[in-house]
Design a protein around this ligand. Structure first.
Ligand SMILES: Nc1ncnc2c1ncn2[C@@H]1O[C@H](COP(=O)(O)OP(=O)(O)O)[C@@H](O)[C@H]1O
Ligand SMILES: [Mg+2]
Length: 213
């Protein structure tokens, strides 16, 4: 076993990736490694993992120009499906008190609207993908993000977030959702907000999700 293995500490075994705490250039770092899915054809699986690794690293860096806080990308190895990220100290929004979650949802709304305004869909908006760090909200996990201006795609982001509130924060769904929409509207404008929210209802009525690759 090499020395690097000794310095790795597994933080989280996710469905898609394993997350390790390590160092990069003496700085505390998160190593995200996308895992092989055995049920997927190997060539296709490699292609998906490479695509998501590259996409994530690119988007995490690109959205900084919109004023959005994301971890620094220290290093990417698409062949090994690895990304080294700046370690963000703080707490996941998921683990905050209900009162704080409600308050933070407005900031989440602003961040999501800023992404949408600049033609970026996040693709995986959960409360585990935001870290409150020194009063600043940092957004993570851009592996499923896409460049798109379409109302339908932006509505998918909102619909997923609403679904997450419904399952992980059921006792505060209403105030959290209004707080989110308040922040979203402030940045995107009332007219566009109404259009996106209308589209969310359309998706809900249809009762199924559009597929995102
Ligand atoms: N840069 C980071 N700093 C601190 N914690 C992180 C960082 N990146 C990921 N994490 C932690 O690892 C978890 C999973 O990372 P994420 O990128 O969301 O991968 P997944 O695709 O498994 O959801 C996050 O919810 C967070 O707790
Ligand atoms: Mg995540």
């Amino acid at each position: 076993m090499g020395i690097s293995a000794i310095l790795l500490r597994l933080v989280k075994k996710g469905a898609e990736a394993d997350i390790y705490l390590t160092t990069w250039d003496k700085k505390k770092s998160i190593l995200k490694i996308r895992k092989r899915k055995e049920y997927r054809n190997e060539i296709l699986d490699n292609r998906i993992r490479t695509l998501r690794t590259v996409r994530e690293a690119k988007m995490i860096s690109e959205v900084k120009q919109f004023g959005i806080s994301t971890p620094l990308v220290y290093f990417v190895d698409p062949k090994k499906f690895e990304i080294y990220l700046q370690f963000i100290k703080g707490r996941l929004v998921r683990d905050l008190s209900n009162k704080m979650i409600i308050k933070t949802c407005e900031k989440i709304g602003r961040i999501v609207a800023t992404l949408h305004k600049n033609g970026v869909m996040h693709g995986d908006l959960t409360t585990s993908n935001f870290i409150l760090s020194h009063n600043k909200l940092v957004i993570l996990d851009f592996g499923l993000s896409q460049r798109t201006e379409r109302i339908e795609d932006h509505a998918i982001d909102l619909r997923l977030f609403k679904e997450v509130l419904n399952s992980a924060h059921v006792e505060i769904v209403e105030p959290s959702w209004s707080s989110f929409l308040k922040g979203y509207g402030k940045i995107i404008g009332m007219q566009r907000k109404e259009q996106v929210v209308m589209q969310v209802s359309v998706i809900e009525k249809r009762g199924r999700y559009a597929n995102v690759v």
